[in-house]
Design a protein around this ligand. Structure first.
Ligand SMILES: [Zn+2]
Length: 626
C-alpha cells in the first residue's frame, strides 16, 4: 500500500478516541439470557433474597425475565402477589439492560419518595454490588444520584406520575413501571403516566423495552388492563408430583382438619394446611408443593372476565407483547397454612377477601356478587335444626354426589302440590359407603310430632366413570336409591331412564343438567324464603342463632358457596370456570329430578279430616325432643 493510499485512508477513517463506556458497549459479550446474567452478575443486597442471585427457588421468575430479553419482545407485563419476587424481575432486567445495551432507562414509581428510596436502596446498591456494573461507574461520587443514575454510557431517570422525568418528551429505550395498580393517584393519572412512559419508547421501534410489574387491585386498574391486552398471557401452572398434571393452583383445593376451621391463626402459625391435586386428589405437603412449583410451567391463557378465571388458549407465534401471571402459591416465602388462613378469613369478612384476591392470588377483586349470592342462599335458612322434618312434608328424598375421596349428600323433604315446596333436612360430607348407608337408612328423621320419616327414593350420581361400577353395585343392593348421570345438552328430555346392561334390573336416570340447573339456579333459588315454592334450608347454626364470638363456622356456609359455584355462559350453559367445588349443587340438581320422577307437583295435598286438626307445635329452639 502506497503512502498516499495510507494518508487517504487516514482521512477517510480518522482515528477516534473511544471512551471506556463506548469500548464496553462495543465489546463482544457472552450471549447470556437475563436469568443467566443474573446468576452470574447480580447480587441481592437485602431482604429474604440476600446474596448471589439464584433462579432455583423462584423458577417462575425465569421466563418473564428471559422473555423481556428476547430481541422481538417489546413489552412485558407481570402480575404477581405481594411476596413473590416480581420486583426482582425489574431489577434484573434493568441491570442487564445497563450492562448489555448501555440503555437509557426510565423508572416510574408510585411517588417521589418511593422513587428516591428505590434509587438509593436498590439501584445504587445493585450497581455497586455487581462486578459487571461496577466497571461501568464513572468514578465521580455524584454520578449515582437519587433522581438520576449515570453510568459511563447510560443514564437512568427516576420518575413518578406527573414528575418532570415522566412528563419530559425525550426518547428513552427502556421503561420500567413498578406497582402501577397501587399508585395512590386517580386511575386516570396512573393511566396517563403509563401511556406517557410507554410513548417515550416509540422512537426505538426495533429495540425498545417496556416492563410493567405490579400487584393488582381491580379489573380496570392500568396493570391488569395492560396484562389482558397482551397478545399472549402466560399463567404459571404447577405440576402434580403424583400424576404429572399441570394446574393453576387455587385456594378451593386447600385442605385442613375440619376442626381447625375456626382457628385460622393456628393454621397459619403452625402451617397446618395441605393442597389436593385437582386431577388425582393426591396430597401436596410442603415438599410436594415445592416440587410442583419447581416442575411447573407457563401456559397461554385468556382471562374470562365473566367467570373471573383463566381459560386455556392457543399460543401466539413470536408475540411482541407478553403477559405473565403467578400467585403466592408459587412463592417460597408464603406457606400453604398462610394462604389457607387467609382463605378462611376471606369467608368471614370482605376486607380479608380483598387481601386474598389482590395480594395472595394476584387477581382483581370483584367482591359483591360472590358474597351477595352466598348470603342470598343462607337467607333461605329457617330455624329448624338439621334432621327435623317440617309438618307439611309428604316425602323424603336423598341424593348423593360421589367423588373419589368421599360423598356429598343432601336429604330434602317435599310437600305435595304444584309449588314443589321443599326443605333441606340434612347436608353432609361422608367418606365411606357405610356412612352413606347409616345416614340414609339408619339415622332418624322426625316430624315436629316425633313421628319417624323414611327416605323413600334417591339418586346417586355415577360421575365421570371412575366410580361408575361401584355406584351401580351399591344401587343394586339398595333399591330405593337409583344411579344417575347428567348430560349437558339443551335439547334433551329433562330425564329418561336407561337399562344398565351390566346390572340386570338396574336403571340409570339420564338427566339434562342444563334443564335442572336452570330450574334450580334461575328458578327455585330466586324465590324469597317466605313465598310458596321456596328452596328452604335448615338453620345455619346448631342452635338456631349465630354464636357471639364469631368462631363457629355456619353449618351451611360450604353448601351455600358450592351452590354459587357456577355461572351461565353466552351459550346458556352452566359452567364452573373457577373450578370451585360444586358437589352440593350436583346433589340439589338431582333432588329436582327426584321431585319430577315422583310427581310431587301432581300430588294432592291432604285435606284436613273431619276430626279437628292436630295442633302442630310451633318449631322452637328447644329441640331436645329431636
Ligand atoms: Zn395429581
Amino acid at each position: 500500500m502506497s503512502l498516499q493510499a495510507l494518508l487517504n485512508q487516514e482521512e477517510l477513517f480518522p482515528a477516534v478516541t473511544l471512551t471506556p463506556g463506548e469500548i464496553e458497549a462495543w465489546r463482544q459479550k457472552e450471549p447470556l439470557s437475563v436469568s443467566q446474567w443474573a446468576e452470574r452478575y447480580r447480587v441481592v443486597t437485602d431482604g429474604p433474597w440476600k446474596g448471589e442471585w439464584s433462579n432455583q427457588h423462584t423458577p417462575y421468575l425465569v421466563e418473564p425475565m428471559d422473555a423481556w430479553g428476547l430481541p422481538h419482545v417489546r413489552e412485558v407485563w407481570v402480575i404477581g402477589p405481594l411476596q413473590g419476587g416480581k420486583t426482582q424481575i425489574v431489577y434484573n432486567c434493568w441491570a442487564y439492560g445497563q450492562h448489555y445495551d448501555q440503555a437509557w432507562a426510565l423508572f416510574v414509581m408510585a411517588d417521589e419518595k418511593s422513587a428516591v428510596r428505590v434509587s438509593k436502596e436498590r439501584l445504587q446498591r445493585i450497581i455497586k454490588a455487581s462486578t459487571a456494573l461496577r466497571e461501568l461507574m464513572t468514578g465521580s461520587p455524584l454520578s449515582l444520584g437519587n433522581y438520576e443514575l449515570h453510568l459511563q454510557a447510560s443514564m437512568t431517570y427516576m420518575g413518578w406520575p406527573r414528575s418532570e422525568a415522566t412528563l419530559a418528551s425525550f426518547p428513552i429505550p427502556q421503561v420500567f413501571l413498578d406497582e402501577v395498580d397501587l399508585w395512590p393517584v386517580p386511575r386516570k393519572d396512573s393511566m396517563d403516566a403509563v401511556d406517557l412512559a410507554k410513548a417515550r419508547t416509540t422512537t426505538f421501534p426495533f429495540s425498545s423495552k417496556v416492563l410493567g410489574v405490579t400487584t393488582t387491585t381491580l379489573e380496570d386498574a392500568p396493570g391488569w388492563e395492560n396484562l389482558v391486552k397482551c397478545q399472549e398471557v402466560r399463567v404459571y401452572m404447577a405440576k402434580c408430583p403424583h400424576c404429572g398434571g399441570l394446574q393453576i393452583m387455587h385456594p378451593e383445593q386447600l385442605r385442613w382438619d375440619q376442626e381447625l376451621t375456626g382457628q385460622p391463626d393456628r393454621i397459619e402459625g403452625e402451617d397446618l394446611a395441605w393442597y389436593e391435586c385437582e386431577l388425582c386428589e393426591g396430597a401436596w405437603g410442603r415438599l410436594e408443593r415445592r416440587l410442583a412449583v419447581q416442575e411447573g410451567a407457563y401456559q397461554p391463557h385468556r382471562w374470562d372476565s365473566r367467570a373471573q378465571w383463566w381459560e386455556p388458549c392457543q399460543p401466539v407465534a413470536r408475540p411482541i407483547k407478553v403477559g405473565f401471571h403467578f400467585s403466592a402459591f408459587h412463592s417460597p416465602f408464603v406457606s400453604l397454612g398462610k394462604i389457607a388462613a387467609q382463605f378462611i378469613r376471606a369467608g368471614q369478612e370482605a376486607k380479608a377477601a380483598v387481601t386474598l384476591y389482590n395480594k395472595v392470588l394476584a387477581l382483581p377483586y370483584r367482591g359483591e356478587q360472590a358474597a351477595r349470592s352466598d348470603d342470598l342462599i343462607l337467607a333461605l335458612c329457617d330455624e329448624r335444626p338439621p334432621g327435623l322434618v317440617p309438618a307439611d312434608a309428604v316425602l323424603l328424598t336423598a341424593c348423593v354426589d360421589v367423588q373419589r375421596a368421599g360423598f356429598y349428600l343432601t336429604i330434602r323433604a317435599w310437600a305435595a302440590g304444584p309449588e314443589r315446596d321443599s326443605w333441606l333436612v340434612r347436608a353432609a360430607y361422608l367418606d365411606s359407603w357405610a356412612a352413606v348407608e347409616k345416614v340414609i337408612f339408619d339415622d332418624h328423621y322426625r316430624d315436629p310430632e316425633g313421628a319417624g320419616c323414611v327416605i323413600g327414593f334417591g339418586l346417586v350420581d355415577s360421575g365421570d366413570g371412575a366410580m361408575q361400577r361401584e355406584v351401580y353395585d351399591w344401587c343394586q343392593a339398595n333399591p330405593p336409591m337409583r344411579a344417575s348421570k347428567g348430560f349437558q345438552k339443551t335439547n334433551r328430555q329433562p330425564y329418561t331412564q336407561a337399562k344398565v346392561d351390566t346390572h340386570p334390573g338396574l336403571v340409570c336416570f339420564h338427566f339434562n343438567t342444563t334443564y335442572y340447573k336452570n330450574d334450580l339456579l334461575d328458578g327455585k333459588l330466586r324465590i324469597a324464603p317466605g313465598d310458596p315454592g321456596a328452596w328452604r334450608l335448615h338453620s345455619n347454626w346448631p342452635d338456631g342463632e349465630p354464636p357471639g364470638g364469631g368462631h363457629a363456622v355456619g353449618l351451611l356456609n360450604d353448601y351455600a358457596r358450592q351452590l354459587c359455584s357456577e355461572a351461565k355462559d353466552e351459550r346458556g350453559l352452566w359452567r364452573n370456570l373457577r373450578r370451585r367445588p360444586n358437589h352440593f349443587l350436583d346433589c340439589e340438581v338431582l333432588q329436582l329430578v327426584c321431585a319430577d320422577y315422583l310427581g310431587i307437583r301432581y300430588m294432592q295435598r291432604q285435606e284436613p279430616d273431619q276430626e279437628p286438626e292436630p295442633v302442630i307445635q310451633p318449631i322452637t329452639r328447644s329441640h331436645s325432643r329431636w
